[in-house]
Design a protein around this ligand. Sequence first.
Ligand code: AVJ
Length: 316
Amino acid sequence: MHKQEAGDGSPVDPMFRADVVAGLSRRPRAIQARWLYDRRGSELFEDITDLPEYYPTRTEIGLLDRSGPAVADAVGPGRAVIEFGSGSSAKTPRLLQAIRPASYVPIDISGDFLRAAAADLAQRFPDLPVHPVEANFMQPVPLPDVVADQPKLGFFPGSTIGNLTASAAVDLLRTMRKSLGEGAQLLIGIDRVKSPDVLVPAYDDSAGVTAAFDLNLLERINRELAGTIPVDTFRHKAVWNPGHERIEMHLEATRDVLFEVDGRQFDMGAGDTIHTENSHKYTPSGARLLLRAGGWTPVSEWTDDADRFALILAEA
Ligand code: AVJ
């Protein structure tokens, strides 16, 4: 058998192998959401952001457009914007346009994404110094010396914080505070608790794009880990968990199945699921409590007219 490779020809991440095998072996079965985002998964997520049911992206973009001047006033001049994660985001140029910072530092674990995003922004803002940093922001990140004297504004849009359980989210907020240093501010996008009639379709759209995004994890396992999972046997499920105030994505076996991954056998009964992602939602007071627990004091907050999504500015 030839050596397994990821879709883009790079070697398989040994952490992916270990996580999948451990996740399928534990009960309840669960695989970390980060593995949904291979190249295909990232493309599918981009498609999700255009769906009529998926309100978060367009709501946050609308907020940045509408509240940009107010955000600029609250932030003040001369800051370095430090973005945690640098997707091919439509949000970043809007923020940079509004606040005109002294410099921009995108941090991402994927060097490819990082360089592409940095090059794109350098074109759109030719006078803005851009200093990309390839790093895992779940750990404290040393920032480039050139921004040492500039006060920092952390930017963490997309309600990405919602992927984490509350305790992991608190840890990350504290880590960000460490990375950003004294006098820093943080602008964070957080999705709000709302009716499951709005939430569930946002994670189980009628065109089936979110289902394809979720099921791609099984295809990735088959591709990269010599898996024999019969993907058609699984269906995507999005459920609102009211106790944890989160949307959960699961892959449900529609009949009894037996398959191999990485030379090991696994079986699942009809109705058994693999938990693949959490998307925690916050009430207004819950979001402020989370920030305070993470070492940040909320100072301003902007929301859309339907109160679906919040942009919160906090200070270290
Ligand atoms: C990228 C984590 C913010 O939770 O809304 C969207 C991921 N998953 N649809 C979210 C996602 C399914 C998204 N985040």
